[in-house]
Design a protein around this ligand. Sequence first.
Ligand code: NAD
Ligand code: DAU
Length: 372
Amino acid sequence: MDSKQANNVKAPILVTGGAGFIGSNFVLEWIAAGKGPLVNLDKLTYAGNPENLISVADNPAYTFAHGDICDAEFVGKLLREHRPRAVVHFAAESHVDRSIHGPEAFLKTNIDGTFTLLKEARAYYDGLEGEEKVQFRFLHVSTDEVYGTLEPNDPAFHEDTPYAPNSPYAASKAASDHLVRAWVHTYGLPAMITNCSNNYGPHHFPEKLIPLMIANAQKGKPLPVYGDGQQVRDWLYVVDHCKAIMTVLEKGKPGETYNVGGGNQRTNLQVVNTLCALLDELVPDSPYKPHAQLIKYVADRPGHDRRYAIDARKIESELGWKAEESFETGLRKTVEWYLANKDWVEHVTSGAYQQWVDKNYGSREGVAGGAR
Ligand code: NAD
Ligand code: DAU
């Protein structure tokens, strides 16, 4: 690193959505690694939780900015004030089931919000000079769901797999990816995209499969498996995803896309059974043992993608990133985290959470209100 680069490391990075699941893990990893100052722009929707970031709230390297990525004036002012060396864009509506019940918020934040961020980042980038301009990066955090669904013997998604999004969530993320691509090609914004598979780990909101199953099992509530439970997801421990994003930020090439995944394909039923076995072991005096007896098959998700799998060879061979956590060790760490942080679960599942559970599970046959 030369002296100009070293100087610029003192400039912050701007993270959006840093109070959510992956964003908060990223913020904590970044600060712990001493990678420099970080500004976190977050609207604090139901999915954003300041409790995730209590340990860094008073750290001089951390600044919180409460706002909306759709608010151009706010975003522009933040960029001019903090002069970040990079933008890492996590902020999104992220839950597929919610996108089925109410797609509007997904179009607003994921498409309009990304457009606003790109527009303001471009204006900011155009005003930079010299080394600041050379080093600036925009990293858009996206998903494997933009590629659609795979048959059992199809090869895993690679960076050239055609986009075929199936849910309103996936379509809104695909649209945002296309906007980023256009800003690279038309305006020369030095942006990169990562498309990652399913994450799991601490701070995962209990509307998603893994934390929902852990939370319900502890209370003896039904474990609602959609359809036949044979859908396949490719699981990655969240800290590995955060490290992949840091790697792309440091070594990635502007204009490139990188697929991120850990090579852990499992059916939903396998995941739920593994969680139940872990809970049987870690909570030996539970009155609900064996936890697998709580499994209930319920009505399937409309348009449910059957299988996702990621081919991560590009980021591995070109940038030297590789997942470190195995699914077994990562899942054990995750269950231990939820068992040690029952207050966190209580806080995020009070209030409006119950309305969501009623809306999503109330009408699914097989649970008859029991998942609530
Ligand atoms: P999350 O729902 O847990 O968190 C989203 C965060 O964005 C919250 O803090 C929320 O308050 C904030 N936010 C929402 N709308 C906003 C707005 N208009 N302005 C500012 N902030 C806003 O999401 P997550 O699971 O952490 O996902 C983060 C990103 O990673 C998303 O872009 C998602 O598409 C992508 N992704 C997620 C996964 C996964 O398995 N969770 C996998 C691949 C990619
Ligand atoms: O693949 C990456 C994507 O992974 C991210 O882009 C999304 O933001 C993230 O939410 C996740 O999407 P999924 O739809 O795969 O995750 P979810 O945890 O909602 O569901 C995982 C699988 O489990 C899916 O096949 C649906 C099923 N499921 C989910 C819930 C909530 C159930 O069987 N029962 C449930 O109650």
